[in-house]
Design a protein around this ligand. Structure first.
Ligand SMILES: NC(=O)c1ccc[n+]([C@@H]2O[C@H](COP(=O)([O-])OP(=O)(O)OC[C@H]3O[C@@H](n4cnc5c(N)ncnc54)[C@H](O)[C@@H]3O)[C@@H](O)[C@H]2O)c1
Ligand SMILES: [Zn+2]
Ligand SMILES: [Zn+2]
Length: 347
């Protein structure tokens, strides 16, 4: 089968690999119909996620059809249409029992990280019963791919951890798919203002069309001054970091008012500095989180009932045979006006 393989820093290639089979009785093999590329895949290519071995198939998002199940899988059978969660969970360990699936002792974020991922014709999903979700057989809705990772990530790591409440003010640094997912799901709580900050004017325009009340281009304006002017010189209640570099995390700590929350979403490859001499007395909270995907069932309902429409996240479509071009497009998002790219498996 064809699979997109991480070759070395900055390099991927579509290669021929053996089709995965069942290893453990709790496994399922899924024929991927649609997958996508995440900002985290770009962090892997940059060398930020050191544990990813060369030769690993990338990808942790997608929808597909069950091809084969192990003897212990009871909730899914051949032919079922499924959503693949970016987080694999055994459902039984101490962390899973707390709903912190990201730290499952047997799984967590393994797909396209520690084991072969979804940017391929087929993928093996461990603990299929608790890591897959049923989707109606008649839906071939590409927007469901947004539920594998970006919507739960924006919602859990950004909105829930940042404690967005009615009437509060929110700043989101990074208007990529994850920042925009946080913007979309923050509106469940009707905050008074959502200020989006990015260096890409196209993404800022998209953010405005998705409900941002203000947009600031941080390469053209002094962000701290602009945010203070918009918040009576107090700062925001919640600042979310959705880029994954020290400068944007440090910016978030400068944008919040006393009692504010900094909710980190970005994957970081470097240390950040924390100005404790400024922050110690500000009664702030800083949170970090690897997405648990514990809100996926709820988000699936909001999408199937059309209360939430993630189709606006999709800007480009490619076939699996052309996935290397998809990487180039997603990697040059500003020039290509790209958000999420859908990769259709034509094989
Ligand atoms: N915590 C988790 O579980 C989790 C899950 C998924 C993704 N992520 C992370 O979330 C982050 C965002 O993901 P994405 O897919 O939206 O990535 P992306 O690369 O598409 O988006 C990042 C955005 O940041 C903007 N940006 C870059 N430098 C900036 C700067 N100095 N100031 C302001 N904006 C700047 C870019 O223009 C871009 O729009 C990544 O770090 C990704 O790895 C985390
Ligand atoms: Zn991801
Ligand atoms: Zn577990």
């Amino acid at each position: 089968m064809k699979a997109l393989v991480y070759k070395s820093t900055g390099q991927v290639a579509l290669e021929e690999k053996a089709k995965p089979g069942i290893i453990a009785p709790t496994d399922a093999v899924i024929k991927i119909t649609k997958t996508t590329i995440c900002g985290t895949d770009l962090h892997i290519l940059k060398g930020d996620v050191k544990e990813v071995a060369y030769g690993t198939t990338l990808g942790h998002e997608g929808i597909g059809i069950v091809e084969e199940t192990g003897n212990a899988v009871s909730n899914f059978k051949k032919g079922d249409h499924v959503l693949i969660s970016c987080i694999t969970s055994c459902g039984k360990c101490e962390y899973c029992r707390k709903g912190m699936y990201s730290h499952c002792r047997e799984g967590g974020w393994v797909l396209g990280h520690l084991i072969d991922g979804t940017q391929a014709e087929y993928v093996r999903i461990p603990y299929a019963d608790t890591s897959l979700y049923h989707i109606p057989a008649d839906t071939n809705d590409e927007s469901l791919v947004m539920l594998s990772d970006i919507l739960p990530t924006g919602y859990e790591c950004g909105v829930l951890n940042g404690q967005v409440q009615p009437g509060t003010t929110v700043a989101i640094v990074g208007a990529g798919p994850v920042g925009l997912a946080a913007l979309t799901t923050a509106q469940f709580f009707t905050p008074a203002a959502i200020i989006m900050i990015d260096t890409d004017n196209n993404r800022l325009d998209v953010a405005k069309s998705m409900g941002a009340t203000h947009a600031i281009n941080s390469s053209q304006e002094n962000v701290i001054e602009a945010v203070m002017a918009l918040t009576d010189y107090e700062g925001v209640d919640t600042a979310m970091e959705a880029v994954g570099i020290p400068a944007t995390f440090e910016l978030c700590t400068q944008l919040i008012r006393p009692g504010g929350k900094v909710a980190n979403i970005g994957v970081h490859g470097k240390s950040v500095s924390l100005a404790m001499e400024e922050l110690w007395s500000k009664n702030i909270t800083i949170t970090t989180r690897l997405v648990d995907t514990c809100t996926t069932p709820m988000l699936l309902k909001t999408v199937s009932s059309k209360k939430l429409d993630p189709s606006a996240f999709i800007t480009h479509r490619f076939t699996l045979s052309d996935i290397e071009s998809a990487y180039k497009t997603f990697g040059n998002a500003a020039k290509e006006k790209a958000l999420k790219v859908i990769i259709n498996n034509e094989y």
